[in-house]
Design a protein around this ligand. Structure first.
Ligand SMILES: NC(=O)c1ccc[n+]([C@@H]2O[C@H](COP(=O)([O-])OP(=O)(O)OC[C@H]3O[C@@H](n4cnc5c(N)ncnc54)[C@H](O)[C@@H]3O)[C@@H](O)[C@H]2O)c1
Length: 334
């Protein structure tokens, strides 16, 4: 069988995509792109045989390329995705796959025109062994009925918005950039959709840095089946990167920690909780690519479906709108 000819645009986290493609038996990594010549040369030196280019159109318009991973700055994802689809390529695009709802609608239309093309996004928490284990326990019924789910994205990397490209963009959303991971995680765990949000935000930590949006947002969320919970995104926290996750069911409670998680199955304080020591985060940032390639080849579904990509962004748009307007917002699914 002919291998998929694959390329990567943007070589920060995109280097991880390149590693995953290079190791994938069904792919041939044929091109790498970065607008920064030094970055390009440094990363390309690890991938002999891949063409190194500085201009994205050399990949996007190249009819011989079947699959492109887009890991450029957030504000480039939309135009690059549209152009890649226009030129017949499958697209694995970093989160947030777009930054505005109208862009998501346009990508939807573009996919309707190109029904043979697949799209997915790097909502990588789904591959964390800790959360895979939790997902299995929930599906098995160990939790009974879920009634409260919460997760935060504690970034711990303030300098990325006060000093890096994120802070220089006209519009950068911590909700889209970080909250999308935990919004997706909660909906995947619940097997349910968030239908309404009520959010507040502030920018106390990044004040004076020039960052133009909230660096801290908390949203109360309501799920279709009656569960409620919280999505938090906290870019200014004084702690290393972490995802606090608490899942409450009628039969069990899960609390995530760094070294381990705890699973409570009784209210009795004498009953010790179960220690869950599965790896966390324990993922390589290219771990979703194999499943995406399989979906292209018709060998199984991608871990993150197109519907999941649109759904998590739709929730984030509602949270962003609610935090700025100060009113509850129903999620409009794109
Ligand atoms: N899924 C994850 O866990 C995860 C982790 C980190 C970053 N990301 C996402 O990946 C994207 C990149 O973030 P990063 O942390 O790797 O940033 P980065 O600054 O480390 O790397 C981005 C690279 O893309 C290049 N680039 C930007 N626009 C380009 C363009 N139009 N053409 C060619 N090259 C271009 C830059 O020169 C830079 O080298 C962001 O959208 C971010 O949200 C996702």
């Amino acid at each position: 069988m002919k291998k998929l000819r694959a390329a990567v645009i943007g070589l920060g986290v995109g280097e991880k995509h390149a590693e995953a493609l290079a190791e994938n038996a069904d792919c041939e990594l044929v091109a790498l792109c970065d607008q920064d010549p030094q970055k390009l040369a440094q990363v390309a030196s690890h991938f002999a045989g891949a063409r190194a280019v500085e201009k994205d159109f050399e990949i996007l318009d190249d009819p011989s390329i079947d699959l492109v991973c887009i890991a450029s700055y957030d504000d480039m994802h939309f135009t690059q995705t549209m152009r890649a689809l226009d030129h017949g390529k499958h697209v694995f695009v970093e989160k947030p796959f777009v930054v505005h709802e109208h862009e998501a609608r346009a990508v939807r239309k573009q996919l309707e025109k190109h029904k043979d093309l697949r799209l997915s996004s790097n909502l990588i928490l789904r591959r964390s062994p800790r959360f895979v284990d939790l997902h299995e326990r929930i599906r098995r019924g160990d939790f009974g009925q879920l009634y409260h789910l919460e997760a935060d994205y504690n970034y711990g990397r303030l300098e990325k918005i006060t000093k890096g490209w994120r802070g220089r963009l006209d519009f950068y959303s911590a909700v889209h950039g970080g909250g999308v991971h935990v919004a997706d995680l909660l909906m995947w765990l619940a097997g349910d959709r968030i239908i309404e949000v009520s959010a507040f935000g502030n920018a106390i930590v990044s004040a004076g840095s020039g960052f133009k949006n909230f660096d801290n947002v908390v949203a109360a969320v309501r799920f279709a089946n009656g569960a409620v919970g919280k999505v938090g995104v906290n870019f200014g926290c004084v702690m290393p990167h972490f995802h606090p996750v608490e899942i409450y069911g009628t039969q069990a409670t899960f609390i995530n920690g760094r070294e381990c998680a705890w699973l409570y199955t009784a209210r009795d304080p004498e009953t010790a909780p179960l220690r869950i020591g599965t790896d966390y985060p324990g993922v390589h940032k290219g771990d979703l690519i194999a499943g995406f390639v399989n979906s292209i080849l018709g060998q199984g579904p991608a871990d993150v479906s197109e519907e999941d990509v649109f759904a998590s962004l739709s929730v984030c748009c509602a949270i962003e709108r609610s935090a700025h307007a100060g009113v509850p917002v129903r999620v409009e699914y794109v």
